[in-house]
Design a protein around this ligand. Structure first.
Ligand code: ATP
Ligand code: MG
Length: 558
């Protein structure tokens, strides 16, 4: 079982319910509204709901809470299913839709009308606000509150038949306008909204509210533990009120936990949609987005995301979680599992003056330093190579452990070389470094005892391949971009994407499968782009650097 042995409060609740026989089989659900792509916060909710079902031998449903037709779409429905599956979870049976319960919900609304527990109200939005009162003052009863059952039945039927305009009437529960809990002050059950629905077409022109729909949907599906985030805590009395007053087939109960808010991240679907709509990112699955599809494209693994969701625990407090914890989980997974390879991001040509022109020596290197089972790869070695321009200096002090004119360095998995000459252009820019191979240094130190201090990566200029490499950084420069006074867009990191159009990669990398992960030695963890990578045009995305260098770059630390 992949669930952590240390139990959280929800696991304790479920365990007690099972032990006391209050519940026979735990049934949970993940209930996204299909109005955007899933993000890291949803991953947490998915891991909680599917995790509970897994840990206790129960079931978890996937239910689209599709009661807001204007904002929803098939694209979101498809992406949500793909993301849940990609995380490695399988829902019980078919996917479910709140909209498939619309008739039942309507019948239950009629039931409340018949019991004198719901009425049609004609107050407009502004009047309704006035009547509602405030946190410190009770509300006032609507003048329409005492309509007869017959009149309410008639008006509700006519609302359903489309006789009234949007906003002209609503159906409200008759509870208590003086309740200290605002949610109990005659909440709205149905609104008129003449909008086509992606599942039910034009069949309905009235739509149930979240509050009226959610608990009843849970009851229909036999959900035992309806888990949501803390902002619904004040809605729980209403959730229970409906369950009490309706002839529902089961008695689900609601439990709340704290939302996941990672630092340097925005997890509001509305704001994520704004980034997409305003063209500030390339789409919902842009690798800088905290969406599941964005993280996937960035090269985050499902194992790391699931591990992170466990590491942070499940509690009843809302707080900011350091995004470095997520990055740590990713580094840990990729360090263990990603094959090593070499890539030169900022190429500088090295010509080996004592190495035969046209010769190709096939060197072999392990794919992983500690996992022999991952095999070996072929590294063609030739007279002309590329190294990173940052790994060469004409002059340098002793702290610089890379190649310096007149000095030596080891080429990773290959020979020791010594630089002896430079070719510059008229502006003094270095075009080529000329160097010689020190004989017999494949796997050996130089015989003359002059050992190089550093090791650098390289790629054959004639056998290597050119690649596009996209270097990503955090999308926001502020720890809590959307928690202050200022617009979250003010904190967009202008350097969140840098494209290197002509990096050089060792030739075997061109054959990488899309979504294959690598550690480019001394550079970071990279993934072959899910859509754009191909043998003819290799494209890699930076997943994460080798170390947490955020503070060093002065990027955002405090
Ligand atoms: P909206 O702003 O549209 O209400 P939402 O983020 O609540 O969006 P839903 O589609 O309603 O999105 O969420 C599906 C489930 O995921 C809900 O149970 C919700 O509580 C949970 N969820 C959403 N965001 C987070 C988060 N940041 N942390 C934990 N759970 C979350
Ligand atoms: Mg919601």
């Amino acid at each position: 079982m992949e669930h952590a042995p240390a139990s959280n409060f929800l696991e304790n609740i479920v365990a007690e319910d099972l032990a006391a026989g209050r519940v026979e089989t735990v049934v949970t659900r993940f209930p996204p509204e299909p109005n955007g792509y899933l993000h890291i916060g949803h991953a947490k909710s998915i891991s909680v709901n599917f995790g509970l079902a897994e840990s206790f031998g129960g079931r978890c449903n996937l239910r689209f809470d599709d009661t807001n037709p204007e904002k929803e779409s098939q694209e979101y429905i498809d992406s949500i299913q793909e993301d849940v599956r990609w995380l490695g979870y399988q829902w019980h049976g078919e996917v479910r839709f709140a909209s498939s319960y619309f008739q039942q919900l309507y019948d239950w609304a009629l039931h409340l009308v018949d019991q004198g527990l719901a009425y049609v109200c004609d107050l407009n939005a502004e009047q309704a606000r006035e009547y509602r009162g405030t946190l410190t003052e009770p509300g006032k009863n609507s003048p329409y509150r005492e309509r007869s059952v017959a009149e309410n039945r008639d008006l509700l039927a006519r609302m359903k038949a489309g006789e009234f305009a949007d906003g002209e009437k609503v159906l409200r529960a008759k509870i208590d306008m003086a309740s200290p809990n605002m949610n109990m002050r005659d909440p709205i059950l149905y609104r008129i909204r003449k909008a086509a629905h992606h599942q039910t077409g034009t069949q309905w022109v009235i739509y149930p509210t979240y509050d009226f729909a959610h608990g009843q949907e849970d009851a229909i599906e036999g959900i035992t533990h309806s888990i949501c985030t803390l902002e619904f805590e004040d809605h729980r009395p209403l959730y229970d009120w409906f369950i009490q007053h309706l002839p529902v087939p089961a008695r689900p109960r609601q439990y709340e936990f704290g939302r996941l808010n990672p630092s340097y991240t925005v997890t509001s679907k509305r704001k994520l949609k704004q980034l997409v709509d305003d063209g500030l990112v390339a789409g919902w699955d842009d690798p800088r987005m905290p969406t599941i599809s964005g993280m996937r494209r960035r090269g985050y693994t499902r194992a790391a995301i699931r591990k992170f969701c466990q590491m942070i625990g499940t509690t009843r407090s809302d707080g900011v979680v350091d995004v470095a914890m997520l990055e740590f989980a990713i580094r840990e997974d990729l360090n263990e599992n990603a094959p090593r390879a070499m890539c030169v991001l900022n190429p500088l040509k090295v010509v080996l003056s004592n190495y035969e022109q046209g010769r190709v020596e096939q060197l072999s290197a392990p794919c992983h330093p500690s996992r022999a089972e991952l095999g070996q790869r072929q590294l063609p070695f030739t007279r002309e190579l590329y190294i990173d321009a940052d790994d060469f200096r004409e002059e340098a002090n002793k702290k610089y452990k890379r190649l310096v004119l007149g000095k030596r360095v080891r080429l990773r998995n290959a020979y020791v070389i010594e630089a002896h000459d430079l070719v510059k252009d008229s502006a003094g820019e270095i075009l080529e470094v000329h160097a010689r191979i020190i004989a017999d240094t494949l796997g050996n130190d130089p015989a003359d005892g002059i050992k190089p201090k550093g090791v650098i990566q390289w790629v054959s200029a004639s056998e290597g391949r050119q690649a596009t490499v996209r270097l990503y950084d955090r999308l926001f420069t502020h720890e809590s971009p959307d928690k202050g006074e200022r617009d979250f867009l003010d904190f967009i990191n202008p350097a969140s994407l840098r494209v290197v159009a002509s990096a050089w990669i060792e030739p075997s990398l061109a054959q990488a499968q899309p979504e294959q992960h690598f550690q480019f030695e001394r550079e970071g963890y990279f993934v072959a782009d899910r859509y754009d990578h191909g043998e003819a045009g290799p494209v890699f995305n930076l997943t994460i650097g080798l170390r947490d260098s955020w503070g060093e770059q002065g990027g955002g630390a405090n």
